[in-house]
Ligand binder design. Structure first.
Ligand SMILES: [Fe+2]
Length: 270
């Protein structure tokens, strides 16, 4: 793919690219937005350096790609409810995204993407990993692909949030999605189950479901499908949530790691 305004440098053959030549704090032109979308479709997660995003710029950037979604599990900022703070420090007993997941896959219409800006980082550690669910699907045998194709699975977040927020009397989303989904833009097939959120394959017996899910959860952890990002102050990551999973390391306790995220609405997986 050729770009006229962006400088897009792939990080691995399968997933991830660093993008230069754009100031995300300024309003973007049609060509920039179009090339950012092309880069996201081609690389699934794109990274930027030295982008000290204001809340307004952060939201404007997200809105070039769709409506902003509200998080179904945690509250946003008081003045900017579309923005969620991502924060860990010496008092944290958990962090967001400690296990492999796709953001809010438990929603009926999971987000198309998320944009995370980190402003405070530990001196070392705190990397995030992304895994390509295209690569994970492509690596399966034809027989396994055919077996998984008609299956659906339940995505749930109650087991996560009820443990984290036991005093909150709230029912969190639970929805059924295809195990293999078709990306609405690229039309490529990708796996859509995650260790954090997927609790059951509907068409199988319980032991069968457990065995197949365990195999798939291990499968997506193959480093050959992944990119690992080393954050710096004011780095930004923008990922396509439909065809990737991610994992936030927590190897920097008790240091502070802090940032903000906006989430872009998506549609019902098919
Ligand atoms: Fe996440």
């Amino acid at each position: 793919m050729t770009y006229q305004v962006l400088d897009v440098r792939p990080m691995t053959r399968r997933i991830g690219a660093e993008v230069f030549g754009v100031d995300l704090n300024q309003p973007l032109g049609n060509q920039e937005v179009s090339e950012l979308h092309d880069a996201l479709m081609a690389h699934q997660v794109i990274f930027f350096r030295d982008q000290p995003l204001t809340h307004e710029s952060h939201k404007r950037l997200g809105r070039y790609f769709g409506d902003l979604a509200y998080h179904s599990g945690v509250s946003g900022l008081a003045d900017h409810p579309e923005i969620v703070a991502i924060h860990a420090d010496a008092n944290s007993t958990f962090i967001a995204g400690e296990n492999w997941h796709s953001d809010l896959s438990e929603d009926a219409e999971p987000p198309m993407g998320s944009i995370l800006h980190m402003h405070t980082l530990p001196a070392d550690g705190g990397d995030t990993l992304w895994s390509s669910m295209y690569a994970a699907y492509d690596a399966l045998s034809p027989a396994m692909k055919a077996f998984l194709e008609p299956l659906t699975a339940v995505h749930d977040s109650n087991h996560i949030y009820r443990e984290l927020f036991p005093d909150v009397d709230k029912k969190y989303p639970r929805n059924t999605h295809p195990v293999v989904r078709t990306h609405p833009v690229t039309k490529r097939k990708c796996l859509f189950v995650s260790q954090s959120k997927t609790i059951r394959i509907n068409e199988l017996s319980k032991p069968e479901s457990t065995a197949i899910l365990e195999f798939l959860f291990e499968h997506v952890k193959d480093p050959n499908f992944q990119v690992r990002f080393r954050w710096q102050k004011d780095s930004v990551a923008f990922w396509d949530n439909r065809c990737t999973q991610h994992f936030a390391t927590w190897d920097y306790f008790p240091d502070v790691r802090s940032g903000f995220r906006v989430t872009i609405a998506g549609d019902k997986p098919f």
